[in-house]
Design a protein around this ligand. Sequence first.
Ligand SMILES: [Fe+2]
Length: 288
Amino acid sequence: MPSPHAEVFFDTQTSTFSYVIHRDGNHSCAIIDSVLDYDPKSGRSSTDSADRIIAYVRNNQLQAQWILETHAHADHMSAAAYLQKELGGKIAIGEHIRHVQKVFRDVFNLKEEVTPDGSQFDHLFHDGEKFHIGVMAVTALHVPGHTPADIAYCVEGLGVFIGDTLFMPDVGTARCDFPGGDAHTLFASIQKILALGDETRLYLCHDYPPDHRQQQSCITVQEQRAGNIHVRDGIGADSFAAMREARDATLAMPVLILPAIQVNIRAGRYPEAEDNGVRYLKIPINEL
Ligand SMILES: [Fe+2]
């Protein structure tokens, strides 16, 4: 019986998991939450992380059918556009990316450059939408809260790629203080994920392990319900939201939020080059 497989890639700079999903005996694959390496000190990007994914896809004779984003990440740049150039495939994200684009178009004053209609992506998923990776059935689940546009991808026979919702039980949950984020909304989204059944495997977007353990990319619903420090069984919406909001008020902005968001709302593309042939990113002063 051919089995579905998630190949895991970990970016140590941003603690991000990227995945290539495919099934034995089938050439189609999907890439979830890829990383374009970026050094904020020099403004230099590189494709080392993405090239590891490309090598895996090519070495296994896979064809990229989908390049999926769980959301517009604030902590790393997406390599979606680069991967598409190298491998093909459709770049897709949740339909509420339009809302995120609208907010950040205003923050960055990108009136001419970014139309907030999602057209930068090849496909926008709505809640409950079903699609396929080769012969594998996938359902897109809208799980807002961290941002308004988060999507979890439920892959039949494999598990759920939950983006920034739950982290490992000893780390807790995603922050909700970016524009359009909301702690009560995240709590409701997490309940949707936890209702998928105790044995359901959850594939994380990040892990920030304490010193005594290795990073881990996958965990069951049951383990989250038993031990997640923020949302284990018995913790209600109001106490979660109060905890989340108090904690978010203490968190610094992610190092790459300003460069990353500008690229990620464009589906992983840089702004057009100026008349000297150089591409520039903007830094809004006193806006975030
Ligand atoms: Fe995120």
